[in-house]
Design a protein around this ligand. Structure first.
Ligand SMILES: NC(=O)c1ccc[n+]([C@@H]2O[C@H](COP(=O)([O-])OP(=O)(O)OC[C@H]3O[C@@H](n4cnc5c(N)ncnc54)[C@H](OP(=O)(O)O)[C@@H]3O)[C@@H](O)[C@H]2O)c1
Length: 370
């Protein structure tokens, strides 16, 4: 990251900060970044998927520090409890609870939504962060979708669709509209939905004839497509919300290259049950080395910044894509960045929305809702 980037005074951010050791299990070269100012989130309910590890856990900690009540849906109860213990150790007064969620099962998504709808409590922030990356062989979800498409895109889209009533009922914060973080600088109030995409979305291609990689499977191509689909979903959700007055501000983020368990998940996909147990893949070793050298890989405390800004910063906009501001967007402080060309095709985004609704059976309203 350039010194200029470090020094600039951006609204909604604090002064440059020197990083300390992170929760990452390896040393990394200390570097400076501009932190995100998180408004007071007391009285706000935040749902973060994938918070049992990595970026989601880092995000959860920052939201808890700001006073948000956390709902953390997790697929692995033991990892979820360990994450809660870490959060409570870091933020003793954190209000946090886990719920079961396997995004690779639409039944599980529906069960979580039913559970939360029964609570009837508004959801003010939702970060669709959980994800799987490049399983070497084709896996499918419980509903038969290619695993990355099903987990990263379809599961999250279904979750947001089913939770729409709770997102729509998000009201002004206890700290008032000027600091609540839920009026964007263009004056739009409403719950924030931030979807975690990836720089990989830039290379995403939609193969309309083979969305589920049934004819041919490439781990990277399927991941790129899933991340493009997520980016397109985030932007389309914002367009539809604006058009129909759903009262939701939707945007997207990516964490550059952040050292997390994603690179060690390997064929076991992070479940700890597969062939990678005790044998981290080579990719993980490379990432650790680059992190240690401070080259192109950043620690979690930096990787969370784009999503943190997107979901909380009072200056953050709907329909915007946040990423690290360093060269190549691998590392750095958070900043809005240009949406990749592949994700700017609004006709394709609308078509993908309709196809995704048909695949999941979860339909958003066709127009305004009462
Ligand atoms: N790290 C990067 O450099 C990078 C770059 C671009 C984009 N991203 C994106 O950032 C997001 C977070 O990744 P990360 O790096 O923090 O990875 P991570 O440390 O592996 O965390 C992934 C999280 O997703 C959860 N998850 C996976 N499959 C799930 C399922 N079926 N149902 C519910 N939860 C599930 C995992 O749960 P378990 O704890 O049970 O495994 C874990 O909490 C992902 O969407 C990823 O694609 C990361």
């Amino acid at each position: 990251m350039s010194k200029a980037a470090v020094k600039k005074a951006t609204p909604g951010r604090t002064a440059p900060k020197k990083t300390t050791r992170t929760s990452s299990p390896v040393r990394h070269r200390a570097r400076r970044y501009t932190d995100v100012v998180v408004p007071d989130l007391s009285g706000r309910r935040a749902l973060v998927t994938g918070a049992s590890d990595g970026i989601g856990l880092g995000l959860a900690e920052r939201l808890a520090r700001a006073g948000a009540e956390l709902v953390l849906p997790v697929r692995n109860p033991a990892k979820g409890e360990a994450a809660v213990a870490r959060l409570r150790a870091a933020v003793p007064d954190a209000v946090v609870g886990t719920r079961p969620l396997d995004l690779a099962s639409l039944d599980s998504v529906a069960a979580l939504a039913d559970d939360l709808l029964a609570d009837g409590r508004p959801i003010d922030l939702l970060v669709a962060n959980a994800g799987v990356m490049t399983p070497p062989t084709r896996h499918t979800t419980a509903d038969g979708f290619e695993l990355q498409l099903g987990t990263n895109h379809l599961g999250h889209m279904a979750l947001v669709g089913l939770l729409l009533p709770l997102l729509r009922s998000s009201g002004p914060g206890t700290s008032g509209p000027s600091t609540s973080g839920f009026s964007t600088s263009d004056g739009r109030p409403g719950a924030r939905v931030t979807t975690m995409s990836s720089a990989a979305a830039r290379f995403g291609v939609i193969d309309w004839a083979d969305l589920n990689s049934e004819r041919a499977y490439s781990p990277v191509r399927a991941y790129n497509f899933s991340k493009l689909a997520q980016l397109m979903f985030a932007l389309e959700l914002d367009r539809r919300s604006r058009a129909h007055g759903w009262g939701i501000v939707s945007n997207a983020a990516h964490p550059g290259t952040t050292y997390t368990g994603l690179y060690a998940a390997g064929p076991a996909l992070g479940t700890g049950t597969g062939t990678s147990a005790g044998e981290p893949p080579r990719m993980d070793a490379v990432m650790r080395r680059l992190l240690g050298l401070g080259v192109m890989v950043q620690p979690v405390e930096m990787g969370i910044l784009p999503a943190l800004q997107a979901v909380t910063d009072v200056t953050a906009q709907g329909g915007t894509f946040y990423g690290p501001d360093g060269v190549g967007h691998f590392t750095g402080s958070s900043a809005p960045q240009r949406v990749y060309r592949a994700a700017t095709d609004e006709a394709a985004a609308s078509r993908l929305w309709d196809v995704s609704e048909n695949l999941t059976g979860v339909r958003f309203p066709d127009g305004p809702v009462g």
